[in-house]
Structures are given as C-alpha cells and as structure tokens.
Design a protein around this ligand. Structure first.
Ligand SMILES: [Zn+2]
Length: 384
C-alpha cells in the first residue's frame, strides 16, 4: 500500500510528502478522520516512504521504490520499523505477549488483511481498549536502538481507545521524543483524546471521501456493479468501510428494518410488543455489524427528515426514493429535538462496539428516541 493506492485525499498526501521532502518529519502526527476515509492507509504510505532505501522523488512528490528490501518488508507489514498498535479484547492480557492463541491468530490475520488492503479495518472481537501494558511495551521497545536503518513509525489505531492510564503513559512518551521515531495516532473522535496529547501532535484532518471516490474504490476492488456502487455511495458518507459493510447486506431491506424500528417506537400507548418485535428483527442473532448498519441508516433517515423540516420540500436528501414518507414525517415531527435524537443513535452505535447486548442497546436507543419525540408532541399541544 503506497500513495498511489490511496483513494482521494490529495491535499493530505501532499502535506505528508512535503514534510518528508523538506526533512521536517514530525515526532507526532494526529490523523483525524474515519479509517474508511483513509487515515490508516495514509499512515502506512508515510511509514513505507520514510523507510524506503531509494525513494522516488520529484520537486513535490516522494514515493517508495517498491523494490528495495525495506519496501518488500513494508508491503507485508513485516518491517521492524513499522508497528501497528490496536485495541485488545477485554480480559486479563495487558500486552500482545500475554494474549490467548486465538486472539493472537485474529490479530495476525487482521494485520495481514491490512497489508493487503490498508482500508481493511483492524477490529478484534470485543476489543475496545488500548491498555497501559501495550504503551509500556511500546516505550520499552522505543528505548532500544533500531535494528534497521530508516525511521521507526508507530501507528496507534483509534487512539481514543487508550485507557486513561495508557493515555497518561503515552503522554510521557510524547514528551520525550526520539530522533528517529514518528508516532502516528489515528482517530475519528479527537474530542475523546486528552487535550495534552492532541496539543503535542501535528494534526491533519482527513475528510470524508467523495461519492465518486467511493464508487471507484468499490469498482477497483470488484466488489459490485456500477449500479450497486451508485446506490450505496451516498449512504456510506465518505467512509469506504461503511460502503463495504453495506454491500454484504441488502441496503434497502436494512433501511426498511431501520424505519420499522422508528415506526414501532413512535406508535401509541400499546407500542411495547411491536417495538420488541422490531428490535428482535433488527438485532438478528446479535449481529453487531448489521445492527450498526441499521443505526447508521436510521441516522441518515432522521437527518433527511430534519433537513426537510428545516429547508422545506425539495431539500437535498439522501433517501430520495423515500421523499414522500420523509415529508410526512417532517410535517408531523419537524419540531422535534433532532440533535438529541441523533445523539441517541450515535450513543447506541458506540455502545454496540462494547460488549453490550445488541437488543439492550437498540431498545434503550428507541425508548430514548420515543421520549424525545413525545416531548415535542406535548410541547406542540401546549403551544398551539
Ligand atoms: Zn524502496
């Protein structure tokens, strides 16, 4: 994975290459954006470029040669200077050395998948924390001298998942920079990082991809037809991983499930049985990825309703084939506190990533959404 396999992100690519060309390589970088927009792909391309033995450069670009020993090692993520740190599953193990065999195999497979395609997510089952043991081990290895020339690059995936102890230990590492080391943090939630960590990093914003980039990336990977890619791209919101997740499911059926959840939650007094059935259907065998896709689609549907409520009929929306239903919904609930409703969906999505029951997460979210919408209706009545 080098620069040329990166989708879009020309501005960020140029900035990273400029640092290397000018020999002003930062000790700490923070890449803020979705993994599916390319944060990890950019970090890996950077790591490979600074480690290549004979990089190919022009006045404004620099790329790895792809043939030297370091490039071959880097391409399979076997280069001793390139290291990826990811969250570990909950349990006793505090460092990678203490993990159970099945988790080690899962981690190895994830890193291999990342080497093949830097847009593949590194997500171990129930992994939600980067622990202090991992940061201590990192510190120890950085204190030793490098075994190979080049520059050591440590890529911390989803850095906001560091525990508070890990974050504090990491802060010390940031405060004592090594000459030949660059720490790259990736995150989609910079607000959850310690401010003291953020302020010590050079931050680069990695924006969502364009729909056209998503379509091209799906087609380049031979994942679907042009028609399917065109339907899915707007729903992916600039995140290739989301687009790929949607491909494995029938997106229209998933959206129907999402809208059914909402309808069931907003029924009259005797809503509970209907809501339980809808939650059961959405939770389908505790499939977290599917439930997360349903939540994303629910959020997009609600966002469209909000846009129509604010901008009126004809407003630009994503669910264009649902416009009539959305307009009816906006007419009935347009005054609702949509930011609060969307926050409930967002929180549900975060809870899913933890080891929480899918049913519980979905029913809690839908009850909260019901509460917010019900408050609007009461307000309407009292003000009219
Ligand atoms: Zn090379």
């Amino acid at each position: 994975m080098t620069w040329k396999t990166i989708i879009g992100q020309t501005r960020v690519q140029k900035m990273l290459q400029r640092c290397i060309l000018d020999n002003r390589i930062p000790h700490a970088l923070l890449l803020t954006g979705q993994e599916g927009a390319g944060t990890v792909a950019l970090a890996l391309a950077f790591a490979r470029t600074v480690n290549c033995e004979s990089p190919v450069s022009t006045a404004s670009t620099i790329a790895p040669c792809e043939t030297c020993h370091a490039c071959v090692q880097g391409a399979s993520l076997q280069h001793p200077n390139i290291r990826v740190v990811a969250s570990l599953p909950s349990g006793k193990a505090d460092t990678e050395d203490e993990l159970k065999d099945d988790v080690i195999a899962e981690l190895r497979d994830a890193i291999q998948a990342l080497a093949i395609d830097a847009y593949n997510p590194v997500r171990l089952a129930n992994a939600t924390q980067i622990r202090i043991g991992q940061i201590r081990e990192l510190k120890r290895s950085l204190s030793l001298s490098a075994v190979q020339g080049g520059r050591r690059v440590v890529i911390i995936l989803n850095a906001e998942e560091m525990t508070i102890e890990a974050a504090n230990a990491f802060l010390k590492t940031l405060e004592e920079p090594h000459d030949d080391v660059t720490l790259i943090l990736t995150t989609s939630r910079p607000e959850r990082l310690l401010q003291t960590i953020v302020s010590r990093c050079q931050e680069l914003i990695v924006p969502p991809l364009d729909d056209d980039d998503i379509i091209k990336a799906l087609l380049d990977r031979s994942l679907c037809t042009v028609d399917e890619a065109t339907i899915i791209a707007p729903f992916a919101q600039g995140n290739l991983q989301k687009a790929i997740d949607y491909l494995s499911e029938d997106i229209r059926a998933l959206r129907e499930t999402a809208v059914n959840l909402l309808r069931a939650a907003l029924k009259g007094k005797d809503f509970r049985n209907g809501l339980m059935d809808a939650v059961e259907e959405a939770a389908d065998g505790r499939n977290k990825a599917r439930a997360d896709a349903i939540l994303s689609l629910l959020a997009l549907w609600l966002r469209d309703a909000h846009v129509i409520a604010m901008a009126g009929e004809g407003a630009p929306i994503i669910n264009i084939d649902h416009r009539a239903a959305l307009e009816r919904f906006a007419a009935a609930f347009g005054q609702a506190d949509f930011p609060a409703v969307l926050a409930a969906v967002e929180q549900a999505s975060r809870h899913l990533a933890r080891n929480v029951s899918v049913q519980l997460v979905l029913s809690t979210a839908m009850l909260e959404i019901r509460r917010v919408f019900a408050a609007t209706r009461i307000t309407d009545r009292t003000t009219s």
